[in-house]
Ligand binder design. Structure first.
Ligand code: GCW
Length: 675
């Protein structure tokens, strides 16, 4: 076990001739980040530090207030020395890890490096019994103090915690993890699931704050702030109150007291993440209050301590009626939040999933981005791959995320109408915006179920820091750092598998952005009609003539009208709708000619045959790497790939057969479709 792409032996080998110096030399008493920076050099990398600047090859200089952004670092090369300057030790820590990356990739990028987004966050959906909601990489690294024989890391949670202690206390692993996160610029984490139940509700109380503090103390050293998810009904559930009404004075006092107490343990506590009125969770609607009233009450309680309220916009009616086609889940966030623009306190952030529904393989951008003009916002991704292959199937997701961050909202009055820039442009306080994602690590041997899924964590951090990076660049960086000593052909093979993997996965899943068609609740593998008559608003409406969700203004749910005029015009018409979200916006007949000049039905068949063929190629390519890659990584990926092949086959055949039976149209290339 090490810090994944940051293997200290590999790095030491690269930097073995380097000597560091840190200026000024002294460490102010409470500067734990600077202490950690020393530790990283001297203990982790075992490299020399000198007090004599002339003898150093790498000079890290703290110069307070030199740069506008406290996290920026400036890389210069002078007389054979590399000099990194930043306002404080956190900036230097970022500079230090970047230098490692630059050394390993052989590309020194001089100049000032400034993050594109202020908040770069991981949300853990870890639970106090040690399990992880939508976790595919073993048990939680934070929670679950188990007997060694119980082996919850393999998914058995029917075990008793030792002495009722909910914390795992695996400090070594947490240090490894914090290092990985800091190395790609992550500066915030929330450690518990947004569905806050059982003991999770009490994490904010004396009962568990010592344990939370222990974790916060580790992450602080790496410049990472800790947040907790809370249960909106905590005043009732654990506070002995009869209500959780945000307008009630006792409720307000409850939250003020809670905040005061948390800050006595964790003086730089980040704040709360809140899922309210969503999928059965309690919220302010119960009391006739809107979400601004709810969020602002918490914001007032935490304001004296400079804390934040991260309020999720994933609010929808999860009791929908499939009979009513006007009732469109995609419209939910907009309907709940568009009218609240300008009403949230400056320390509230609205966290919105990148798309209007739910982390599907292809979705358009959530239309609130660009519509809101006076609200702090964060965009949310899901690294854990709930709908993207459960870390079994290879799925390097960066192409999708880059697309979302660069999604052009086509608002003509915005200086830069791309989603990533909008976060900054439309904020009330531009320090309080950014990107969050559901994390993907656990106790499994390689941190993630499929070792290649580490690339998504790495890439997520890199993209949050620099929104202009491409998925291709990021992947190349990751491969060099993960597999520095393998042959060039092997690196190229891994690259060619991974860079196409996101598209391949989308090819064999639900077609052209229609979404779902997954095994209900579990969300791996196909079940074409699994969610068709369910209550979750997840329908494809296939019949003998066609398939897709009509979200147009003219004949559909009207969701399209929620975008800027220009974008709405584009999505209103199938001829100008991008192929990957075609069936997200339109219900089309099987003989409809798509922009690729093929019929819809033929396109569905082609995509599914292609998806499976690609996975077959991946299996072959991976086999060639046998003697070049560390055995346990090679073997784990191979096991995953065999599973993926079965999965892709099942998707291919179920989807193709379903549409063949519906339409009666044969494949024009005569390939086998089961009847
Ligand atoms: O996609 C859904 C997941 C839930 C999750 C929810 C959310 C934590 O299936 O498991 O709950 O999203 O984002 O809140």
């Amino acid at each position: 076990m090490d810090s994944a792409w940051l293997n200290n032996n590999r790095i030491r080998e690269q930097l073995k001739n380097d000597v560091f110096t840190l200026l000024p030399n002294r460490i102010a008493g409470n500067d734990v980040v600077k202490k950690q920076l020393y530790t990283e050099i001297v203990e982790w990398l075992k490299l020399p530090v000198t007090f004599d600047k002339e003898n150093a090859s790498i000079v890290l200089i703290e110069e307070n207030n030199k740069y506008d952004n406290d996290e920026s670092f400036d890389v210069q090369e002078k007389n054979g020395q590399i000099i990194i300057i930043g306002n404080n030790s956190k900036a230097l820590l970022y500079g230090f890890y970047s230098l490692i990356r630059m050394k390993l990739t052989g590309k020194l990028k001089t100049g000032i490096h400034t993050p594109s987004q202020s908040l770069r966050m991981i949300n853990h959906w870890d639970q106090t019994d040690g399990s992880i909601e939508r976790g595919y990489s073993g048990a939680s690294i934070f929670f679950g103090n188990f007997n060694k024989l119980d082996n919850p890391d393999k998914g058995n949670f029917n075990v008793k915690l030792i002495n009722g202690d909910i914390f795992r206390h695996d400090t070594k692993r947490l240090v490894y993890y914090a290092r990985m996160l800091a190395s790609v610029g992550i500066n915030s984490i929330s450690i518990n699931n947004v569905n806050v139940r059982g003991q999770g509700i009490e994490l904010i109380t004396n009962k568990y704050l010592n344990g939370v503090q222990e974790i916060a103390d580790i992450f602080r050293k790496f410049g990472i702030k800790l947040f907790l998810s809370i249960n909106w009904a905590a005043p009732k559930l654990i506070g002995g109150l009869e209500t959780s009404n945000p307008l009630d004075d006792k409720v307000k006092k409850f939250w003020r007291d809670i905040c005061k107490n948390i800050y006595s343990y964790i003086p730089d506590f980040g704040g709360f993440v809140v899922k309210a009125d969503s999928e059965g969770e309690p919220g302010p609607y119960q009391y006739g209050c809107d979400h601004a009233q709810g969020a602002n009450m918490l914001a007032d309680a935490i304001k004296p301590f400079d804390g934040l309220i991260i309020w999720r916009a994933f609010v929808y009616n999860s009791h929908q009626d499939w009979r009513n086609r006007k009732n469109d889940r995609a419209k939910a966030a907009f309907e709940n939040f568009a009218s609240l623009d300008g009403k949230f306190s400056s320390n509230v952030i609205l966290q919105m999933k990148f798309g209007p529904i739910d982390f599907q393989t292809a979705e358009p951008l959530q239309p609130l981005f660009g519509k809101l003009r006076n609200t702090n916002q964060m965009m949310e991704f899901e690294i854990t791959a709930e709908y993207l292959g459960h870390q079994i199937d290879i799925n390097y997701v960066l192409p999708q995320w880059c697309k979302m961050i660069n999604f052009n909202t086509e608002y003509e009055d915005l200086p830069d109408p791309k989603a990533g820039a909008i976060l900054r442009e439309t904020a009330v306080d531009s320090n309080n915006v950014g990107i969050a994602a559901v994390g993907n690590v656990g106790m499994s041997e390689h941190w993630t179920g499929n070792p290649l899924a580490q690339s998504n964590l790495y890439g997520y951090g890199r993209l949050c820091w620099d929104n202009q990076l491409s998925a291709e660049e990021i992947l190349k960086e990751w491969i060099i750092q993960m597999f520095p000593s393998i042959k060039k052909e092997s690196k190229d093979k891994i690259y060619s598998i991974m860079i196409t993997s996101n598209k391949t996965y989308a090819d064999y899943c639900a077609p052209l952005g229609v979404g779902f068609m997954v095994v209900p609740h579990y969300h791996y593998g196909p079940s074409v009609n699994g969610y068709e008559y369910d209550r979750w608003g997840t329908y494809h409406f296939a019949d003998r003539n066609g398939v897709g969700v009509d979200r147009t203004i003219k004949t559909g749910s009207g969701f399209v009208s929620m975008y800027s005029k220009k974008l709405a015009n584009k999505f209103e018409n199938p001829d100008t709708t991008p192929m990957d979200v075609m069936l997200f916006f339109h219900h089309l007949n099987y003989d409809f000619i798509l922009p690729n000049n093929k019929t819809l039905i033929q396109t569905i068949y082609d995509l599914h045959f292609r998806g499976y063929e690609n996975v077959k190629k991946y299996v072959k390519q991976w086999n060639c790497l046998k003697n070049d890659i560390e055995e346990s990584i090679y073997d784990t990926v191979q096991v995953c790939l065999n599973e993926q092949l079965k999965n892709a086959l099942e998707w291919r055949d179920q989807v193709n057969t379903y549409f063949y039976r519906m339409s009666g149209v044969k494949d024009s290339l005569g390939r086998k479709i089961y009847s």
